[in-house]
Design a protein around this ligand. Structure first.
Ligand SMILES: [Zn+2]
Length: 386
């Protein structure tokens, strides 16, 4: 009897031990399960951040005086490619490159012409396309020089070579379509362009689409439209005082106006000389990059500072966090350039200033340093491509 009792007790004890082990296992599994749940929760609580970026570069005025296009003349037409030989590597290495085509490329069929009423060979368009330019801004004080005829003919050519143009249009319908460049990286960029005036030539009545003038209300409407269909906005102003190396109060006001509207990049041109870069703070807290004047890139002007231009570059970054997308402009860079030619305006070439030598420009190093200091005076972090 005692023995049976002992066996029962032993059995009961073993059963208890087994149950408790099971429970322990269960609780271990529970813990693992709970931990897994916790990890999942943490992942949900910390949303994925996705970052995309593209680069944008811009060059200043392509202002084709007769002495410039005469140098490009060939037996069959015009060829501007040698002008870009030394600068091309700096133009086709960015996602989007833009240029300001100051003179209309109405072409030889309507007769080429010089200052003050320009009309230029269409071959400059072909060269710009070939060296990597994707967008041309064509709202300038010279847009109406040769009237509607030159604008229509120029735009026919831009269309034929599949170049994005902005600021002057063929019709009202054409002008209503905000230009947006869609990139493979998934950042869509809108391009807007305006000029302070048209050298006293009145815009034909009812044909306001022929050239975009700087009118704050219109700009605000366009920016709102652009915001709906793009991620970032680049706005060009043809403004400022000729040959002034610093922006005037009106330029500062207009750049700030664009920043307040939420524009990401402001590119200025017209003064024919370089004016500094700066960061502006928009009223919504956004940060806007501005270059007040990108100067001449190619022109027949022969004064020293009129021959200095440059390539400006920025990175446009899109950060996606949950439903929120933010655009930031980062890493501004600049490459000062020099418009070099031989006596009697032969062999035009745009050369990076860093590649100059004392034969081309005696004491060039001093001028190069001066230009760098001038451009970066409000933005010490501005990098130079060296
Ligand atoms: Zn101009």
């Amino acid at each position: 009897m005692k023995r049976i009792f002992f066996v029962i007790v032993l059995l009961l004890f073993s059963a208890l031990v087994l149950i408790s082990c099971r429970e322990q296992e269960n609780s271990k599994e529970d813990k693992e399960y709970q931990q897994e749940e916790l990890v999942e929760k943490e992942q949900i609580e910390e949303p994925k951040v996705e970052e995309k970026e593209i680069t944008l570069s811009a060059i200043g005025d392509i202002l084709l005086h007769k002495r410039v296009f005469d140098d490009a003349k060939t037996e069959t037409g015009y060829d501007f490619t040698p002008f870009f030989e030394k600068i091309k590597p700096y133009l086709n290495d960015t996602t989007i490159t833009m240029a300001n085509q100051e003179t209309m490329i109405g072409g030889t069929k309507i007769g080429l012409s010089d200052y003050p009423s320009f009309n230029s060979p269409q071959e400059i368009g072909d060269t710009l396309k070939q060296v990597g330019v994707d967008v041309v801004t064509i709202a300038n004080n010279h847009t109406l020089d040769r009237g509607e005829k030159a604008i229509q003919s120029a735009i026919d050519h831009w269309k034929a070579i599949d170049m994005v143009y902005t600021g002057a249009y063929q019709s009202r319908e054409d002008s209503k379509r905000i230009r947006v460049v869609e990139t493979d990286e998934g950042i869509d960029v809108a391009f807007l362009s305006y000029t302070y005036g048209t050298n006293g030539i009145p815009v034909p009545e009812g044909k306001e689409y022929l050239v975009n003038l700087i009118e704050k209300e219109k700009i605000a409407t366009d920016v709102k439209e652009a915001e709906k269909i793009s991620d970032a906005i680049v706005l060009s102003y043809h403004f400022g005082t000729e040959n002034q190396r610093m922006p005037n109060p009106e330029q500062v006001d207009l750049a700030q106006y664009a920043a307040d509207l939420g524009v990401d990049v402001v590119i200025g041109h017209h003064p024919h000389v370089l004016q500094p870069v700066d960061w502006l703070r928009g009223e919504k807290g956004n940060k806007t990059f501005v270059i007040y004047s990108l100067a001449n890139f190619i022109s027949g002007q022969d004064e020293f500072y009129n021959r200095i231009g440059g390539v400006v570059k920025v990175t446009i970054k899109k950060t996606i966090k949950e439903e929120e997308e933010t655009i930031t402009v980062e890493q501004p860079k600049f490459l000062p350039t020099y418009m070099e030619y031989k006596p009697k305006f032969k062999d035009f070439k745009v050369i990076p200033m860093k590649d100059l030598n004392n034969d081309i420009m005696p004491g060039y190093q001093k001028y190069y340093e001066e230009i760098k200091a001038h451009m970066s005076q409000w933005m010490p972090e501005l990098e130079f491509m060296e």
